[in-house]
Design a protein around this ligand. Structure first.
Ligand SMILES: [Zn+2]
Ligand SMILES: [Zn+2]
Length: 390
């Protein structure tokens, strides 16, 4: 079969199981599981892949909800990545249920291409994208060794083949002061909450003088016990993001200085801990992105190669894209005013438009795999670009 007819067959495969995929996505949506607790999702996904001829390795990298499903053998080894974790309180407000269903749909549909041309297709289940950077842990534990290419599609509010995702690290900060009666003996207290508020003020001042693409944001998780007790402890969580790791490191020091200064001013003792995982910026492989965009266009979606309005925070796919060629396109499932991580986005992730987006993403991913396995020189081009942009 030539590439063109193979793509038609691959689309047919996904159309044939579109109801199953949509139902699975809705089932994950209505059973939201937080990072590293995605037991049901991982089970349903691997079950589907197993029934469809994939060999399954469950709980890879010492992470019970991570998995690797493989079909075919030899090179190229192309991975489609699935995410399936939800957010606290908001459920699937990032639409990872759609990523998961689309990934398995794409994986199963590519069997036709693998049967004809050889090579291997992997569907890798990557837990805990939102809170713990699961892929970063999986990289350290070798899950992405010996892969040639990794691809995934994330739901969004526009169709774009590349994203602008920032390097990012979290910070937990705690101040320890001294409790005292806030009216009778205020002079005996050291106010840990004031230290935290001064840190926020200092960060707000700093924000005027940072690069416009960088981001610093935080919340207070402990601000004291009662208004008439000088707060002896305060705590907060923060995220620092920047376009590249070098500027992130510079900014992290400046942010930390805000806390150190506040500790000095208030007399409260500072304890802090940077998150174990540092999300890397996304390195979009344009050769892959172009293939994906063309395939999406053939489905009637007008896909931009780059959309300056496609705001995206950070993703652990950024780390994967630093070690192997990869893409993380967005597929539109909601109007542009609907933000990720909002209740409206959670609704979109269970909508008709959500299902349509998931199925189109699966088809375009599968067609991109066809392009790659049918044209080994294309894999070479993808790798060449990766090496040149290192
Ligand atoms: Zn997400
Ligand atoms: Zn998210």
């Amino acid at each position: 079969m030539d590439t063109k007819s193979l793509k038609v067959s691959v689309i047919g495969e996904i159309d044939a199981c579109c109801h199953e995929l949509s139902e699975l996505s809705l089932k994950i949506h209505s059973n939201p599981e937080l990072g590293f607790q995605e037991v049901k999702a991982a089970h349903w996904l691997t079950q589907y892949l197993e029934v469809n001829g994939f060999s399954i390795e469950q709980g890879i990298c010492g992470l019970p909800t991570a998995f690797k499903a493989s079909y075919g053998k030899g090179k190229p080894v192309i991975a489609i990545l699935a995410e399936y974790d939800a957010l606290p309180d908001l459920g699937h407000a990032c639409g990872h249920n759609l990523i998961a269903a689309g990934a398995i749909g794409a994986g199963v549909a590519t069997r036709l291409a693998i049967d004809q041309f050889g090579g291997s297709i992997l569907v890798i289940g990557t837990p805990a994208e939102e809170l713990f950077g699961g892929k970063v842990i999986m990289i350290d534990r070798g899950a992405f060794n010996n892969l040639d290419i990794a691809m995934m599609v994330h739901p969004g509010t526009c169709d774009t083949a590349t994203i602008h995702a920032l390097a990012c690290q979290t910070l937990e900060a705690e101040f320890f002061g001294k409790a005292a009666h806030a009216a009778a003996r205020p002079e005996a207290g050291i106010n840990a909450l004031e230290a935290m508020l001064q840190s926020f003020a200092a960060i707000n001042s700093l924000r005027q003088h940072i690069k416009s693409t960088a981001r610093i944001h935080g919340i207070i998780t402990d601000g004291g016990e009662a208004a008439n007790i000088v707060p002896a402890r305060s705590a907060g969580n923060f995220v620092v993001r920047a376009e590249d790791v070098a500027y992130l490191d510079e900014l992290k020091q400046k942010v930390l200085n805000c806390f150190i200064g506040a500790a000095k001013m208030s007399g409260a003792r500072l304890e802090y801990k940077w998150g174990d995982v540092c999300y890397a910026p996304m390195r979009n492989n344009l050769t892959l992105a172009q293939l994906f965009a063309q395939n999406m266009q053939s489905l009637g979606r007008s896909v931009a190669l780059y959309d300056p309005d496609s705001a995206f925070g950070s993703t652990d796919m950024g780390n994967v894209s630093q070690i192997i060629p990869g893409i993380h396109p967005l597929v539109a499932i909601a109007p542009v005013e609907v933000a990720h991580h909002s209740p409206q986005f959670a609704l979109a992730a269970a909508s008709e438009a959500g299902s349509r987006g998931m199925l189109d993403a699966a088809k375009a991913l599968a067609m991109t795999v066809v392009d790659l396995v049918a044209n080994p020189e294309m894999v070479g081009k993808v790798k060449e670009e990766f090496e040149q942009t290192k």
